[in-house]
Design a protein around this ligand. Sequence first.
Ligand code: SF4
Length: 190
Amino acid sequence: MKVKDCLNPGQILCVSPDLLEECLKSAGYFRLKAQRLRHFCRWYLAAGGFDALQSWPTHALRSTLLAVHGIGPETADDMLLYAFERPVFVIDAYTRRLAQRLRWIIGNPSYDKLQQLFEHSLPNEVSLYNQYHALIVIHAKTRCRKQKPKCESCLLQSACHYTRDHPPADPSPLNTASTCFTRRGGNRAV
Ligand code: SF4
């Protein structure tokens, strides 16, 4: 989209639907995503754009974003944290997988419940949430993968219930971490 000079809502609405689909092809479900993106851009401009939306309180802005067709909690929270710089913790599949494997959660709690766990355990800081989430994503991609996680070289191994149930063939001496990952209350299950 950068190559096509198509990175802001006005430009996105100016390009043809075919070109927009072409730009999104590598992301999968590109037709649906193109439709939803155009819909969101129309809504965003009608709402007054960034400056108008930035003046909204976080809770109201989140509710408004969630009312836009095609915007779910994760997408709304991505926008709130990364674009509007609000202290909202983003929950994604990586976060859920790590929390399950470390047994910070039992079963499959709702998005909101898992979000509350992080938000109640960590200081309400945009930069912290931003970095914490980015580190979870890196960890999930490089170590805590869905299939065949690389537990033998993971610093969280000594705190991890998953690896106790599925011990790696070659446990690493690296693993001396304790169980506490939060600055407020330590780990807990919900
Ligand atoms: S020990 Fe394995 S399952 Fe546990 S957090 Fe690390 S990579 Fe994930």
